[in-house]
Design a protein around this ligand. Structure first.
Ligand code: PNS
Length: 160
């Protein structure tokens, strides 16, 4: 069985992420969306909240599992018997960071392949940071995130 991991902070998940995950699920038998507990970044949403948003967005897909991980991605990938790590590429600016991670991950665990997927051009300019900024400034993010994420962004910023 071919297994791919779509790792990320997903703080919060966007339609750009969902597009990549959806396409990965047509190529691999199983896709694991893995939410990183990333200590370096200060996330807006807890890992549990981020997982709930992803579960809600992907409730109709049956070959997608949602999980979270701490520690090294390659260790998690090995534990899950994954064949590939999938990362979306939006623009050339993503490439430097992504190739650094892919090469380091290969150095750490030679069996795991990183595959890049071109982002849908509709979402090529999207990222979670921009979405949070727009939402914080009362902008409309409904085209870029699910209704549940939109609602929770509003709640979060109302309480700040
Ligand atoms: O959505 P992001 O923030 O771009 O995702 C980055 C992520 C979570 C994939 C990356 O930070 C990661 O793999 N973190 C786990 C720790 C790790 O393995 N670090 C070494 C990477 S070479």
């Amino acid at each position: 069985m071919s297994i791919a991991i779509c790792p990320g902070s997903f703080d919060p998940i966007t339609k750009g992420h969902l597009d990549i995950i959806g396409r990965a699920s047509t190529i691999f038998d199983k896709v694991i969306v893995a939410v990183a507990h990333n200590m370096e970044k200060k996330p807006l949403f807890t890992p549990q909240e981020r997982i709930e948003f992803i579960e809600d967005a992907l409730k109709d897909k049956n070959n997608i599992e949602i999980d979270s991980f701490t520690g090294l991605l390659v260790d998690y990938a090995r534990k899950k018997n994954a064949n590939a790590i999938i990362r979306g590429l939006r623009a050339v600016s993503d490439f430097e960071f992504e190739i650094q991670m892919a090469l380091m991950n290969r150095r750490l665990h030679g069996d795991i392949v990183t595959a890049f997927m071109a982002a849908n051009e509709k979402y090529a300019y999207l990222n979670s940071r921009i979405i949070k900024e727009i939402a914080q400034l009362n902008g409309d993010v409904s085209n870029f995130v699910t209704p549940l994420v939109e609602e929770n962004l509003k709640k979060k910023f109302m309480n700040k």
